[in-house]
Design a protein around this ligand. Structure first.
Ligand code: MSP
Length: 560
């Protein structure tokens, strides 16, 4: 459920916000500059993680989802830009740095190295890595704040209430438990009186409801959209407190119009999705925000990718309100188009319990990857949990999938198919045969349709139907028996071609999900290039006469 009240300082009066005028081009931008408009890239983002935590399963899951979608789009021929990164401002970071005797910047720099290494470990293909302490980001946040301030979207007022440092927000009466206390999850709660700046959200409420109604795929899955709509229809939006007094918190982006305040960390963080395009000179962002707009001397180029509006923001269910209420309203006020979709995933538990460091009930993705390999990790999270509901990690479930689907399923298929080709045909691909082509074509079509709807779990199920079919084909055709009878040489050729070709097509289909495994399959087939073009998943692509490489197990069986 969306929490109603924890994020705003107080219900504010019904003030009519000025309708943001259509952004006017700067004089320089208005001059007719002949620039080639590069075609818009598919632009996908993840939430930016709080720098002051350790990377865990939930972070890894989200990043892997975004990576699979990004790789799939590229494989389908669409230029793609994938952004991930870190949320580095706020009181928690400031306090953690002080506790370690470090400056907040030095503290963030150290942790950022861990997070960047984590992205590499997951084999993410992100095109950029944003850190909210970077100048390129801060400049855009300030440009947006200055603009919204000038246009009258903010006002200042005093508010007295109970403040949770852990959540960096004021709590209200609704947050109290029946015994009058606040949930320990809020950490230390102190009574504060504070003057702050507020963003007038309420005047945009009806517009947002209408927008969600008219754009059913804006929030996915459907039940999350219904949650947002239910919330908006049943509650008056409270204005958003967008500042924190610098006297209390100075680890933030100063408000450009009042140096006594820094920017509320969520306003800062959400802006990352557009600050990086703006910093790169994306022609799709409002001209006032664009840091490197194309000019005739510097025409639009790859260095200034056309990104905005984002195609997908991948986020977890806990931060839905920020992305489906605050962010659209911020963008409307800025005069920028809205992202096309907010794709909301569920939360992982371990053994049916909330993961918690204090009880030791956690899944450490790095330890899992070190022991089982990154593709085993990617496979389990994507195959086990559809994007939407909550999931439950169990070590036994992980091992069962590794053993049945990876080692005995895919691994066994590839290893025995290529080993037999090596043994019986000296590793030379026989003439084309089409016995499994219909099965392969069905799975290729299904996978394509499912990828287009971001149905990653179902796509894996479909791909595994081909793995199973091909393994059964080995059992039925028994090539090891055919090999003993010279009169059956032509039949053996057929069987071996079908198996090798299925392995090749599987490599192409698996590329977005299990990139290392897909590359290994290609390599073992003697194919040098990466299996990164979906169009290659067409039956008959394996050339007769090709000499395959050495078969080696993809997923070694493990004694448990
Ligand atoms: N910094 C904010 C996001 C700002 S985006 C403009 C934040 N950071 S976070 O580190 O707490 O969470 C990052 C992402 O990880 C969120 O999308 C969150 O939902 C996700 N997950 C954190 N724990 C999770 C699980 N246990 N399971 C699945 N995803 C979870 O929120």
């Amino acid at each position: 459920m969306i929490s109603v009240n924890v994020l705003n300082c107080e219900a504010a009066s019904f003030q009519k916000a000025p309708t943001p005028s259509k952004l006017k081009l700067l004089p320089s931008a208005r001059k007719s500059v002949k620039v080639k408009r590069m075609s818009k890239r598919f632009y996908i983002t993840t939430a930016i993680d709080y720098v002051n935590g350790q990377p865990h399963l939930g972070h890894a899951y989200e990043k892997v989802i975004a990576d699979v979608i990004a790789r799939a789009k590229r494989s389908l021929g669409q230029e793609t830009f994938f952004l991930t990164g870190l949320d580095e401002h706020g009181q928690k970071v400031q306090q953690a740095a002080i506790a370690e005797g470090k400056s907040p910047q030095a503290y963030c720099d150290e942790l950022a190295a861990t997070w960047k290494a984590f992205a590499v470990k997951l084999e993410l293909t992100n095109n950029d890595f944003v850190r909210t302490t970077q100048t390129r980001h801060k400049e855009v946040v300030q440009a947006i704040l200055a603009r919204l301030y000038e246009q009258g979207h903010f006002y200042k007022k005093v508010y007295r209430g109970f403040y949770s440092t852990r959540e960096e927000t004021f709590l209200t009466e609704k947050d109290r438990r029946p015994d009058g206390t606040f949930d320990p999850a809020y950490g230390e709660v102190a009574e504060l009186e504070e003057e702050n700046y507020y963003f007038k959200l309420r005047s945009h409420q009806e517009w947002l409801i209408g927008y969600l109604e008219k754009n059913p795929s804006f929030v996915c899955p459907d039940y999350r959209r219904n949650e947002v709509l239910g919330f908006l229809r049943n509650h008056l939006l409270e204005d958003l407190c967008i500042s924190r007094p610098a006297s209390r918190l100075n680890w933030g982006i100063p408000l450009p119009f009042d140096a006594n305040f820094v920017t509320y960390v969520w306003f800062d963080a959400l802006t990352n999705y557009i600050s990086i395009p703006a910093a790169l000179g994306d022609p799709g962002v409002p001209p006032e925000l664009n840091r490197h707009p194309p000019t005739s001397a510097n025409p639009n180029s790859d260095a200034q990718p056309a990104l905005w509006p984002a195609d997908i923001h991948v986020i977890g269910k806990d931060i839905l309100k920020f992305h489906s209420v605050y962010w659209p309203i911020m963008l409307k006020a800025i005069g920028a188009p809205l992202p096309k979709q907010i794709l909301v995933h569920g939360w992982w538990q371990k053994d049916g319990q909330k993961m918690s460091k204090s009880t030791g009930n956690v899944v450490d993705p790095i330890a899992v990857i070190d022991e089982w390999g990154v593709d085993a990790f990617r496979f389990y999270v994507l195959r086990e949990l559809d994007i939407g509901p909550d999931g439950n990690w169990t070590d036994a479930g992980f091992r069962a999938r590794y053993s049945a689907e990876l080692a005995n399923g895919l691994g066994n298929l590839v290893n025995r198919s290529l080993s037999m080709l090596k043994r019986y045909r000296n590793g030379m691909v026989p003439p084309v045969s089409n016995e499994l082509s219909a099965d392969a074509e069905r799975v290729v079509a299904e996978t394509l349709a499912l990828l287009e709807q971001n149905q990653l779990q179902s796509a894996l199920q479909s791909i595994w139907s081909l793995v199973t079919k091909a393994n059964q084909y080995v059992d039925h055709t028994a090539p090891f028996k055919l090999a003993k009878d010279p009169a059956k040489a032509a039949r053996l050729d057929e069987v071996l071609y079908n198996l090798a070709e299925v392995c090749r097509i599987l490599a192409v289909l698996l590329w977005p999900f299990l990139p290392s495994t897909a590359s290994k399959i290609h390599g073992q087939l003697g194919l040098e290039e990466a299996p990164d073009r979906f169009a290659a998943a067409r039956w008959g692509g394996l050339t007769p006469g090709l000499a395959i490489g050495a078969p080696t197990p993809l997923f070694p069986r493990k004694e448990v």
